[in-house]
Design a protein around this ligand. Structure first.
Ligand SMILES: *Cc1c(COP(=O)(O)O)cnc(C)c1O
Length: 602
């Protein structure tokens, strides 16, 4: 293998083991080289796989029944892609295409998009070309695959090997999803009732779907940054991101932790007690939490402002050799791993026999910053037949109104605090990426709309664009009472406890979905993160004092999903920890950032 690697490109012809076995049968061969009596074909193939995985440069997925000519074509394409090192680039959503075709477009590589987070012009990075597509046979070959295998194949199609070599990416994926999740299926799909399925995205270490991207993203990030700089990652969190970011980055190697640190800013009074304890308790040697006396939108806007303050960022670079970056859901490295679970959920429905490959499903997603639902859109562009994207909001329903009318209007809105705080959001950042896609990459339009949002607090898109959005999207919102009622009735009828975000999606799915195909409801958090709301919903009288005793009480109900052991364990020790608190003032946030940089890197 080493010799091959030195002398050429190694192409991994990836054939599902069951296809290999049936081919051998056709050829009337019952054993292969190296197979002793007593070893099964399956074990031998598994043994060999580790060598392929370690050394290959590019993979060709060989679907069942592909002809030699088709496979040969794929090999040529794979080699071409491998050699074409600057073919897969990223642009800002606000990029304006030059009139003169000769002029060079200022593009970025995947690694740059991950490091920089936000584009210099204030837009978000998106791939310049279309998402890679898998054909039907290729998808079918993933039906029997594990989550890790699916992630490896999908993500290596989206990340050029010049940015991260496929075999290295594979190792990162194994580290991310190997042992840190409480369920070996990582993101299992559970039949709830009728045509409704729950995609359980909360089995990661911090109990929310944020773990799905944040167990992987730090490894991508550490690989992409240049070795000579320190990186301080700034995160605004509406609750779940904070602990997930802190947890994800704490799993880097010791070396990487010395050069990468995290500061998370959260609204002091805008997250649940449990979430707050969890964020604070997730602080560690390279990560801190800072409470801000304001709401999430303030935290997010301030961080954007800090990034755009070139005097400040320049000062940090010169004075401390430190660069600022973000790990918010606007970061491409966060968004991309989320595509996998949407595809994986669909494949699970196929493998469990609920649908056959190719038949449509709807997805219903409690939406805040639009990351989760946008990842589902990307899964569709890769070939997963998602019919409708059902966008669910709570009473902060700016997105519902926008999808219904094309008018994004913040003028009369005040952020309300709800039982589902992670979607208490007014400025839904990733929407810009979706509009960019819908508007055929019209950066000029994006610049105009989002500047207008900044200055006049609203924008209206034209009718033709509204209709295009509405082709795939429907939206609605759920009141606080409906949310609690859904938790109550689902527990009574199915013995399943929904977290409040999932309940928002369930209410909207019940109302909006036409029942002609399955609907996959994203369950974005484990219910135990929101114990007080659950107790209220289930009309449990004894509201205990500490959040950990509430969580313990709920877990004694023997309901589904099972208790989240890692969360239970950690809540106890988290209640007494403290964090810094700062005033709602960008300059105060800045001085916090500088102090943390100083302490960690100097
Ligand atoms: C972050 C979060 C959401 C919102 O996800 P977006 O990708 O921002 O739309 C929903 N539910 C929970 C529990 C979350 O933590």
């Amino acid at each position: 293998m080493r010799h091959l690697k030195k002398n050429g490109i190694i192409v991994y012809l990836d054939v599902p083991p069951i296809d290999i076995v049936s081919r051998l049968k056709l050829m009337k061969i019952d054993r292969i080289v190296g197979q002793n009596s007593g070893t099964s074909m399956k074990d031998l193939l598994k043994f060999r796989r580790q060598y392929y995985k370690k050394w290959y440069d590019t993979r060709v997925l060989c679907e069942d029944g592909a002809s030699p000519e088709e496979v040969a074509d794929k090999v040529l394409n794979a080699v071409k892609r491998y050699q074409d090192v600057d073919s897969e680039t990223f642009i800002s959503t606000r990029h304006i295409w030059p009139k003169d075709c000769e002029q060079k477009v200022p593009t970025k590589f995947f690694s740059e998009a991950v490091i920089e987070g936000l584009a210099p012009d204030g837009g978000l990075f998106v791939p310049e070309k279309e998402f890679p597509k898998l054909n039907c046979g290729e998808w079918k070959s993933l039906v029997g695959a594990t989550y890790i295998e699916r992630a490896q194949i999908l993500l290596e199609k989206c990340i050029h090997p010049a940015d991260i070599p496929a075999s290295r990416l594979g190792e990162m994926i194994e580290t991310a999803y190997g042992e840190n999740f409480a369920c070996s299926k990582i993101a299992p799909v559970r039949h709830l009732s009728g045509n409704q399925f729950i995609l359980e995205l909360f089995h990661g270490p911090t109990g929310s779907f944020k773990d799905l991207s944040l167990q992987l993203m730090p490894h991508l990030f550490a690989h992409c940054i240049p070795p000579s700089c320190n990186y301080m990652i700034l995160v605004a969190t509406s609750g779940d991101t904070g602990s997930a970011v802190l947890n994800g980055f704490s799993r880097l190697s010791k070396n990487d932790k010395q050069r990468i640190a995290v500061a998370t800013f959260f609204p002091e009074d805008g997250v649940s007690d449990f979430q707050k304890a969890q964020i604070i308790g997730s602080q560690n040697e390279n990560g801190w939490a800072v409470g801000v006396k304001s709401d999430f939108d303030f935290c997010q806007t301030s961080i954007k402002r800090i990034f755009q303050d070139s005097d400040f960022t320049g000062f940090l670079t010169v004075e401390y050799g430190t660069v600022l970056s973000s790990a918010n859901s606007i970061n491409w490295g966060r968004l991309l791993p989320q595509v996998v679970y949407h595809a994986s959920a669909y494949l699970d429905l196929v493998s469990q026999g609920f649908i056959s490959f190719g038949s449509p499903v709807d997805v219903c997603i409690p939406t805040g910053n639009f990351g989760n639902i946008l990842a589902a859109v990307y899964a569709k562009t890769m070939g997963i037949p998602i019919r409708k994207f059902i966008c669910a909001s709570n009473q902060n329903h700016v997105l519902t109104d926008f999808i219904k009318t094309g008018h994004y209007d913040l003028r009369e809105r005040k952020l309300a605090q709800t039982f589902s705080p992670a979607i208490d959001i007014l400025k839904s950042s990733n929407l810009e990426r979706h509009l960019h896609l819908m508007a055929n990459k019209d950066g000029q339009l994006m610049t105009r709309l989002f500047n207008q949002l900044e200055e006049q607090h609203h924008f209206q898109i034209e009718k033709i664009l509204v209709e295009k959005v509405q082709q795939d999207f429907v939206a609605d919102w759920c009141s606080e009472e409906e949310c609690l009622a859904a938790i109550h009735s689902t527990y009574n009828t199915c013995g399943y406890i929904l977290d409040p975000h999932t309940a928002v999606a369930k209410v909207v799915a019940d109302r909006m979905q036409d029942k002609t195909c399955p609907v996959i409801i994203s369950s974005t958090a484990h219910y135990s993160k929101f114990a007080p709301a659950i107790m209220q919903a289930l009309k449990i009288k004894e509201i205990s004092q500490t959040s950990s005793s509430q969580v313990y009480l709920l877990s004694s109900y023997n309901a589904l999903p099972p208790p989240h052991e890692a969360l239970l364990e950690r809540t106890k020790q988290q209640e007494k920890m403290e964090c810094q608190v700062c005033a709602a003032d960008v300059n105060v946030l800045k001085s916090h950032v500088e102090k943390l940089v100083q302490n960690h890197f100097i």
